[in-house]
Design a protein around this ligand. Structure first.
Ligand SMILES: NC(=O)c1ccc[n+]([C@@H]2O[C@H](COP(=O)([O-])OP(=O)(O)OC[C@H]3O[C@@H](n4cnc5c(N)ncnc54)[C@H](OP(=O)(O)O)[C@@H]3O)[C@@H](O)[C@H]2O)c1
Length: 509
């Protein structure tokens, strides 16, 4: 594993020769994210010269029909205009195998296909990445079939790596069971549990921001920080994934993975170096310092909600229960807010408020670190009560920016203090190539850098936090769903969660 991982794609070297196998090649994730991301990597010269993609799905087809389908899809899903001079050689390296992944014969056929593709493209060595872009119920079986077919056996000139999509389990027990199933055929170092949030430039910048600057780190603790808010708000509803969301809910879909990952980046201690294991060791310590809640603590610290009909962008949108593929009596949460405590020396008693929801007022992912007030009210109580507190706002999407809210004197004869923003817009810092969020992660996997992937212990630790909440919510059906209108900031009970602490959510206008 590399000890000094490059910070940005433009500083990287191409990946070593390999074949990238996509299980689920006819699916939504493949066309919207994986192929556009691999194409982007190829456009910036980060795919090896000796490279091929092999797609596998049930849909009948052959290499040519697959290439035709991808050529049609890329026009819709590419993050930039498609230059045929770049696309044509890329798509010529794409192959297809039609087969049922529940059937061992598909893996025998895959083995033959890999040999044929390796020969046709002159790909040296035996490096293969298997990307499991398939329904989660297949993850364990597919790993077992791959193992039985001898496709996971590594050699000195051939790595075998498996990318596992979310969701990783439905709860603590099923996640452990899946880990056990995978470990029956794979070493932990071969398992890349992907979290596309961690592929975002601004999320990776959290570590640089914290550990490459001296001015923030001394204040980054319970002496100076009042509270932390992490918001992942979506304006979208369920789109075409109603069946999936209704089965999982946002606590599993967003909090267990993405949000707890962001929290651990915010709260972790500085690692000794930036190797994958050093960073992941520190991240998991944060999760382990969040004590799983007792049932009565769940009732006190966790809020769920579900959207009703409402107005978004001037357009009437249906209630969650009226969305396609959603049970009309569904009790699945489309909103969750949590108040968590990281019980260690740095963060004891500092609340971390997390919230996520669909059909909210704004599309926004942000982290707000609120600082405590100054110890002495030199400029009067009015300043302290009226001017907002110091805050550091890390905007992750859609804008990628950092804002520091500071207090300053308003020009004029009297001392009038107001809070003003100091803004840093990431897009002005350096030209970014438009990306899907998967580029960094897929390239990391090909070069063997596991820093941004979830390790077994962090999956376990995050499910241990979420599981008691699932248990209580499962045992006590909600009485008041739907409890927020589409296009608002969520249920009133989430506002009360903070009001009880004398705080409020940072809702941008
Ligand atoms: N879509 C997203 O935005 C997104 C985001 C994050 C994570 N994910 C995760 O990514 C994975 C894929 O999601 P998706 O939305 O792409 O699903 P999807 O559109 O339903 O696609 C599923 C794919 O799996 C294939 N498949 C299913 N059963 C198979 C079998 N027995 N043998 C061979 N192929 C089989 C399907 O092939 P056929 O079409 O030929 O049947 C299809 O290509 C899931 O784990 C999901 O949770 C998706």
């Amino acid at each position: 594993m590399s000890d000094t991982r490059p910070a940005a794609l433009h500083q990287r070297q191409p990946a070593p020769p390999c074949i990238f196998v996509i299980f689920g090649a006819s699916g939504d994730l493949t066309k919207r994210k994986l192929i556009p991301a691999l194409f982007n990597l190829s456009c910036v010269g980060l795919l090896p010269e000796k490279f091929a993609i092999v797609g596998v799905a049930i849909t009948p087809g052959n290499d040519q029909t697959f290439r035709d389908q991808m050529s049609a899809d890329i026009k819709q899903f590419s993050t930039h205009p498609v230059d045929p001079q770049q696309w044509d050689p890329f798509v010529a390296g794409c192959y297809y195998l039609h087969g049922d992944l529940n059937d061992q014969s598909a893996y025998t056929a895959l083995k033959e296909k890999l040999d044929a593709v390796r020969q046709a493209r002159g790909i040296p060595g035996g490096n293969v990445v298997f990307n499991l872009a398939i329904t989660p119920t297949l993850f364990g079986n597919v790993a077992a079939h791959l193992g039985d077919a001898g496709l996971l056996h590594e050699t000195p000139d051939g790595f075998r790596r498996v990318i596992i999509e979310k969701p990783f389990g439905r709860d603590l027990d099923s996640a452990r069971e899946l880990n056990n199933e995978l470990h029956g055929n794979l070493k932990e170092a071969q398992i890349y549990r992907i979290d596309h949030y961690l592929g975002k430039e601004t999320v990776q910048n959290i570590m640089v921001f914290r550990f490459a600057n001296m001015i923030f780190e001394p204040n980054w603790n319970r002496r100076y920080v009042d509270s932390v808010q992490i918001t992942v708000a979506e304006r979208l509803g369920v789109e075409n994934r109603g069946g999936y969301l209704d089965n999982y809910g946002v606590l599993r879909d967003m909090v267990q993975n993405h949000m707890l990952s962001v929290l651990s980046l915010i709260a972790m201690e500085p690692p000794g170096n930036i190797s994958g294991d050093a960073v992941r060791n520190e991240k998991v310590k944060v999760l382990e310092a969040i004590r799983p809640m007792e049932p009565e603590e769940v009732l006190e610290n966790c809020v769920r909600g579900q959207y009703g009909a409402g107005i978004i962008d001037g357009r009437q949108v249906p209630a969650y229960r009226d969305e396609p593929s959603v049970n009309p009596h569904s009790n699945t949460e489309t909103y969750a807010a949590l108040r968590l405590f990281v019980e260690n020396w740095r963060w004891a008693d500092v609340p971390f408020y997390l919230r996520t929801g669909k059909r909210l007022a704004k599309h926004l992912t942000q982290v707000v670190i609120r600082f405590k007030r100054t110890p002495l009210m030199l400029f009067g109580e009015k300043v302290h009560s009226e001017a907002g507190p110091n805050a550091l706002i890390l905007n992750i999407q859609p804008e990628e920016s950092i804002t520091i809210m500071i207090r300053a004197k308003k020009p004029g004869p009297n001392i009038v203090v107001d809070t003003i923003p100091l803004d840093f817009d990431y897009s002005e810092f350096g030209k970014q190539s438009p990306a899907t969020g998967y580029e960094t992660l897929l390239h990391d996997c090909m070069i063997g850098d596991m820093t941004l992937f979830h390790r077994e212990d962090s999956v376990d630790a995050s499910w241990r936090i979420v599981n008691p909440i699932l248990d209580v919510w499962g045992a006590l059906p909600p009485r008041d769903f739907p409890d927020y209108d589409a296009g608002t900031w969520g249920p009133a009970s989430a506002d009360k969660l903070l009001e009880r602490d004398g705080r409020q959510w940072e809702n941008p206008s």
